[in-house]
Design a protein around this ligand. Structure first.
Ligand code: KG4
Ligand code: ZN
Length: 352
């Protein structure tokens, strides 16, 4: 029997199994992560190796350095995830890997590693969209959450409002017309000469500042649920340049607080509008920016006011991890969506 025939034959038995355990690997950007999750909902082990220290020196992710570091870390994080779960490769039912979107070289190391493991262990391999992984972090945190719901996806590369109609099924409600929210935070942090990664630094500094120190433009967007952050970013940069030309020190905490307030207000306003107007039974948040403390507070307040249940991932599941990839993989596996051994990295893979 070929590998393909063998894994297809395993599918029927897997669907009837009481518990299905998936071992996942995530290497799309600057985190090498592996995890074992049971039934898409219960984390058995979750290992994240962050490369932040390697890239901090350059003020951002250096793709070549990221790929190299993934190659070195892949085997180690997979071994560690198995060890922490007290399992061997034979104890897991299927494997999963992020195949896009992300840095092509970084993705390729993970895809190659898991194709090799899947073939060697004769286990099904599930290809996972990284952004779907972020959405699925909510299933790990909230066992009661089921589609349909509206989800605000805010990461380093994405700012989307989607309707999750079923597991793995999405309709686009709105998106950014320029920068992603995380990207905007990272760029503003650079203006304030804060170290990479900027988003969490701005968030922390903002706690000590005045959010009304400066007013940033609230842009007009083509679609009702679209976002735009480039105008805010330019106004922010101009204000910093003006102060510098006058030889005045930047009031960094006040500026960070004002920028955070402007971005978060826009995110909250459109997300709650979309959830209300589409009659969504719940609103969820996903992606690195959903770790932002003001976003979590303001979204909770707005949802309480609008009477919409709000779901957000636990803090350590907001940023990149492999548990969310295994959760997404579970529902894809149950639908019979397996990767061929020719699976390739897709750096520009879309969710919708
Ligand atoms: O989802 P993620 O870990 O990676 C991508 O898939 O892009 O998101 C990373 C982004 C970065 O832009 C980072 O600055 C931002 O999320 N981020 C935050 C916070 N934590 C991470 N932005 C604002 N506040 C935070 N607390
Ligand atoms: Zn991510």
């Amino acid at each position: 029997m070929t590998y393909t025939e063998s894994v297809q034959a395993q599918l029927e038995a897997l669907r009837k199994k009481e518990h299905v355990r998936i071992l996942s690997l995530e290497t799309s950007c600057d985190e090498t992560a592996a995890s074992i999750v049971e039934d898409g909902r219960t984390i058995v082990s979750n290992v994240v190796f962050s490369q932040i220290d390697l890239h901090a020196l350059y003020g951002g992710v250096v793709p070549e350095i990221a790929s190299r570091a993934h190659v070195e870390a892949c085997d180690r994080v997979v071994d560690q995830a198995l060890k922490e779960a007290g399992m061997t490769l034979q104890d897991v039912d299927a494997l999963a890997v992020t195949y896009g979107p992300g840095l092509v070289g970084a993705l390729l190391t993970g895809v190659s590693c898991m194709k090799g493991l899947a073939y060697a262990a004769n286990k099904p391999l599930v290809p996972v969209n990284h952004i779907e992984g972020h959405v699925s972090a909510n299933y790990l945190t909230h066992p009661d959450l089921k589609p349909p719901f509206v989800c605000l996806v805010v990461s380093g590369g994405h700012s989307h409002l989607v309707r999750v109609t079923d597991y793995g099924c999405y309709e686009l409600l709105g998106q950014t017309t320029d920068d992603a929210a995380g990207e905007a935070f990272d760029k503003a942090a650079r203006v304030l000469t804060l170290p990479y990664p900027g988003g969490p630094r701005i968030d922390k500094l903002a706690e000590e500042g005045d959010p009304h120190y400066m007013q940033l433009p609230h842009p007009h967007t083509p679609g009702r649920y679209d976002y735009s952050f480039s105008g805010m970013k330019t106004a922010f940069l101009n204000a910093a340049n003006k102060l510098e030309m006058k030889g005045e020190p930047l009031p960094k905490a006040d500026m960070a607080a004002s920028f955070r307030y402007a971005v978060v207000s826009a995110l909250v306003e459109k997300a709650v509008l979309a959830a209300t107007e589409t009659g969504a039974p719940a609103l969820a948040m996903a992606g690195g920016v959903s770790a932002n403390s003001l976003l979590r507070r303001m979204m909770q307040e707005a949802c309480d006011k609008a009477g919409i249940p709000l779901y957000m991932p636990r803090l350590n599941l907001c940023t990149d991890n492999a548990a969310m990839i295994a959760s997404a993989a579970y529902y894809r596996l149950m639908k019979g969506e397996l990767a061929p051994l020719t699976l390739n990295a897709m750096p520009a893979l879309r969710l919708v």
